[in-house]
Design a protein around this ligand. Structure first.
Ligand code: F6R
Length: 240
């Protein structure tokens, strides 16, 4: 596990953005595994900036997102599909037909999960960007006795619901469930970049870097993957 500690959120975003841009330049038809939430927004801004300056193109790049609330329509402004369109896809030259996220309005969730895992296997993720929950979740693989291998429907923990409430008018509006890649799906990525910013992530980052490997902190399993880079700011690193 490679660890890069940056001064602040802006530097964390720039470091991750640079790494992703290098990967896209060296393999223009690469498959990006992408995340939502507050953490990667700066990375998406950084990449958009490179695109606007004519230094980066996504024309041949594809993407697969980690998760989506359930049930939710893709046109709902709180959906992760909508988030990705606004924060990245609508701002660069990626072909949206090559961007994928779990279908939050699928009627048959089990079939949707199976289809998504098949898609991941078919496409092969070159690099997976991850945020981390303050409880150590990655994707929406919440702390549990047993973690899932593949894409599945999951109930969000009260802690995750309260953390995500900042994006909603009230906590009661936060969806309680999501479809998420499993730990096994995440581990299929050739390379993983884990981002963390702020003191609220410090305990989870301490566990990932110095703690035992435990399903009660799903991100701690990342130390078993052969190519993980953690990029976190000083606040997120402060308990290591
Ligand atoms: C989002 C995701 C989540 C977030 C995590 C951190 O697609 O899978 O694991 O990365 O909840 O969220 P933020 O970045 O909002 O602190």
């Amino acid at each position: 596990m490679k660890i890069i500690v940056t001064k602040n959120y802006e530097e964390m975003s720039a470091q991750a953005g640079k790494l992703l841009a290098e990967i896209i330049k060296s393999k223009p038809d690469c498959v990006l595994g992408l995340a939502t939430g507050g953490t990667p927004v700066g990375v998406y801004d950084y990449l958009t900036d490179l695109f606007e300056r004519g230094e980066l193109s996504f024309a041949r790049t594809s993407s697969v997102n980690l998760d989506e609330y359930y049930p939710i329509s893709s046109s709902n402004s709180q959906s992760y599909r909508y988030f990705m369109n606004k924060k990245l896809f609508d701002r660069v030259d990626i072909d949206k037909a090559n961007t994928f996220a779990p279908n939050g309005s699928a009627e048959d969730v089990l079939a949707e999960c199976k289809k998504y895992d098949e898609l991941i296997d078919r496409m092969g993720i070159d690099v997976q960007l991850l945020g981390i929950g303050r409880n150590g979740h990655i994707g929406f693989n919440e702390p549990e006795d047993e973690l899932h291998r593949g894409t599945h429907l999951t109930a969000l923990t009260p802690d995750t619901i309260s953390a995500n409430a900042r994006f909603f008018a009230s906590v009661s509006e936060v969806p309680t469930h999501a479809i998420t890649m499993g730990i096994g799906s995440v581990f299929k990525a050739k390379k993983i970049i884990l981002l963390a910013s702020g003191k609220s992530k410090a305990d989870a980052i301490r566990q990932v870097i110095t703690g035992g490997i435990t399903t009660s902190c799903p991100a701690s399993l990342l130390c078993l993957h052969p190519d993980v880079t953690v990029i976190c700011d000083e606040d997120a690193y402060s308990l290591v």
